[in-house]
Design a protein. Structure first.
Length: 196
């Protein structure tokens, strides 16, 4: 009887440890404000956003993904769009700020930079897809409209914004903000003063 009980307990313990290992590898930390997620764990109503090149996204993307490249809000010279225009742009894709969005791109830095933009603009839930090159690209993406499809009403996250003198911003700085925010929920990003 003791041998059977020990065997049962050891089997239960091994199963529990394996379950926790699986759970931890397929979920995010609860305290991350902009977590990474797997497409396997994405809810059915999630909105995917391809932050890569629009032309590529329109040809091959996750089915129904929004084609919103980072260069629509941050030009190569480092000029960041003002917050009003970013929010108008999000509305042109039919976003209101209440959706759960999952950002993906070919490059991790681009993905994280766009996640920072969405988060700071007030998007309710922002996640980053960690599937990388394994993303299902069997569909076509959706381009934004020339006018707003919806009024983006998410509240700008002012506590995370710090006015900065005019200057250039890089995608690396935006991506680093995501890492800083996940370590410290009070992290701030220096958005150029004239563009808030």
């Amino acid at each position: 009887m003791k041998t059977g009980s020990c065997h049962f307990l050891s089997t239960a313990l091994v199963t529990l440890i394996a379950g926790l290992a699986f759970f931890n590898s397929h979920t995010t930390l609860a305290d991350e404000l902009i977590p990474t997620v797997s497409s396997l764990n994405a809810p059915a109503d999630v909105v995917f956003v391809d932050a890569g090149a629009v032309a590529t996204c329109l040809k091959a993307a996750r089915p129904g993904a929004l084609c919103l490249s980072l260069d629509r809000v941050l030009n190569p010279a480092g000029r960041l769009a003002n917050m009003r225009d970013v929010r108008w742009l999000l509305g042109s894709y039919g976003l209101t700020g209440d959706e759960q969005v999952v950002i993906y791109a070919d490059q991790e830095r681009t993905r994280d930079a766009m996640a920072a933009i969405f988060y700071l603009a007030g998007q309710d839930q922002v996640s980053r897809l960690n599937d990388g090159p394994q993303v299902n690209l069997t569909g076509r993406g959706i381009a934004g409209a020339l006018s707003r499809r919806a009024l983006f009403v998410g509240e700008v996250r002012l506590p995370h914004l710090q006015p900065a003198p005019y200057g250039r911003v890089s995608s690396t700085q935006l991506a680093e903000f995501v890492s800083a925010l996940n370590r410290d929920p009070k992290a701030r990003f220096m958005w150029p003063m004239g563009y808030l």
